[in-house]
Design a protein around this ligand. Structure first.
Ligand code: SF4
Ligand code: SF4
Length: 332
C-alpha cells in the first residue's frame, strides 16, 4: 500500500535553499573506493556544510509546537550541563572487570542498551581526529506510541526527547569514567560531527542495517537513538549480533512503500566501496525537514512494533537452523 502522504511537494522556501551539490555525492554514493565519510547534515556549525541552509530551515517549522519546544528545551539543558574533570590516578581494571563495572552502572537505567567497540579510523569524519582507543555506544528506545504518530510533531518530539536522554547519559558515563581517573569524551546526537554512529553501533552488537538506513535489533526494532563516549579505559569490545535482518529486508517492502518521497531503494548500492542499503539523501531530506524528522520508516518497520522483534528473530533463527540441518547445496 502506498503512502497517504504522496504526492509530496516540498515547500518552495525550502527548495530555494537546496545546494548545487547532491547529498548523495557527499555521501559517496557510487564510489567504489573506500574513503572516510564527510559530514552531510547535522553539523554543529551549519555554515560549514553545503546543506547548512536546509539544516537551519528544519528549526523554522512550527518552532512553537508545545511538544517540540518542551523536548528541545530539555535537550538544550542536558547539552549545557557541565561534566566533572578527570580526577585521581586511573583505576586499574582488566577489560572484563571494566565491562562488569559498567554493567553495574548500566543498572541505573540511564540508557537501554550499551556496547563497546575498538575505534576504527574509517568511522571518523574527514578533517576530524580521534585519539581514544575505544567507543562506548549507548542506546535509547523510543516510546512506540509516540513514534507511531510519525510524521506528526509528537513523533519528532519523542526523537528529541530521546536525544536529550542520550546527551544526559553520555555525559553521565563520561563523568563516571573521569571520576575514576580516565578521560572520556561524550558524543551526543544528532550533531556528533566527529564519528559516524551506525558503524560502531553495528560493531558493538546493536544490530544490523535495515533497508531504511537505520539499525534494527530484536529488542527495539529500529525505534531507538544513539550516543557514545570515547575513552582509553581498556574495555572488552562486545561482539556484533545478527538477527537475519538482511534476508528479511530483501523480501519486505513496507518502508519502501510507506516513504512519501520514495527515497528507499529496493536494492543495495555501493557507497564508498561498500555495498549496503542506502536511502536517497536528496529525496528524503525535504520531507524529513518539513515533518520534524519524519520517522515514518522507523515506525512502520515490523521489527519496531513492541513484542514483535524478539519473536521474529527467534522464528528466523529456527528457519536457518532447519535449513542448515537439512544440508546445503554447496555440499552436494
Ligand atoms: S520495513 Fe521491512 S524492508 Fe524496511 S527496514 Fe523494516 S524490515 Fe527492512
Ligand atoms: S525518514 Fe526519509 S526515508 Fe524514512 S520515510 Fe521519511 S522521508 Fe522516507
Amino acid at each position: 500500500m502506498s503512502s497517504r502522504h504522496r504526492p509530496f511537494s516540498p515547500d518552495p522556501s525550502q527548495v530555494a535553499l537546496k545546494p548545487d551539490i547532491s547529498g548523495n555525492t557527499i555521501n559517496g554514493l557510487g564510489e567504489t573506493a573506500p574513503r572516510r565519510p564527510r559530514i552531510v547534515y547535522w553539523a554543529q556549525d551549519p555554515d560549514t556544510i553545503a546543506h547548512g541552509g536546509m539544516q537551519r530551515w528544519f528549526y523554522e517549522v512550527d518552532p512553537n509546537n508545545p511538544h517540540l519546544a518542551r523536548a528541545r528545551e530539555e535537550r538544550a539543558k542536558q547539552l549545557a550541563s557541565p561534566i566533572c574533570d578527570v580526577s585521581g590516578e586511573p583505576v586499574d581494571r582488566t577489560p572484563e572487570q571494566w565491562n562488569t563495572a559498567f554493567a553495574e552502572f548500566a543498572e541505573g537505567g540511564q540508557f537501554d542498551m550499551w556496547g563497546v567497540a575498538r575505534m576504527d579510523p574509517s568511522w571518523v569524519y574527514e578533517g576530524q581526529e580521534v585519539l581514544q582507543d575505544y567507543i562506548i555506544m549507548l542506546g535509547f528506545g523510543h516510546d512506540y506510541d509516540q513514534i507511531a504518530t510519525a510524521p506528526e510533531a509528537t513523533a519528532g518530539a519523542e526523537v528529541v526527547r530521546q536525544y536529550g536522554r542520550a546527551a544526559a547519559a553520555a555525559k553521565s558515563v563520561s563523568g563516571w569514567l573521569r571520576g575514576q581517573g580516565w578521560d572520556a569524551e561524550p558524543l551526543t546526537g544528532p550533531m556528533t560531527s566527529k564519528v559516524m554512529m551506525i558503524p560502531p553501533a553495528i560493531a558493538s552488537g546493536f544490530g544490523e542495517l535495515g533497508k531504511h538506513g537505520s539499525l534494527i535489533n530484536a529488542e527495539f526494532g529500529a525505534s531507538f537513538r544513539l550516543s557514545a563516549v570515547l575513552t582509553n579505559a581498556p574495555f572488552l569490545p562486545t561482539p556484533p549480533r545478527a538477527f537475519q535482518v538482511e534476508s528479511f529486508c530483501v523480501n519486505c517492502r513496507i518502508c519502501e512503500n510507506a516513504c512519501p518521497p520514495e527515497a528507499i531503494s529496493p536494492l543495495k548500492q555501493i557507497v564508498r566501496g561498500v555495498e549496503k542499503w542506502y536511502v536517497d539523501f536528496d529525496r528524503c531530506l525535504p520531507f524529513f525537514n518539513q515533518t520534524h524528522g519524519c520517522a515514518i520508516c522507523i515506525s512502520v518497520c515490523p521489527w519496531s512494533r513492541p513484542g514483535i522483534g524478539l519473536n521474529l528473530a527467534e522464528k528466523l533463527a529456527r528457519r536457518t537452523t532447519r535449513h542448515d540441518e537439512s544440508g546445503s547445496h554447496e555440499l552436494t
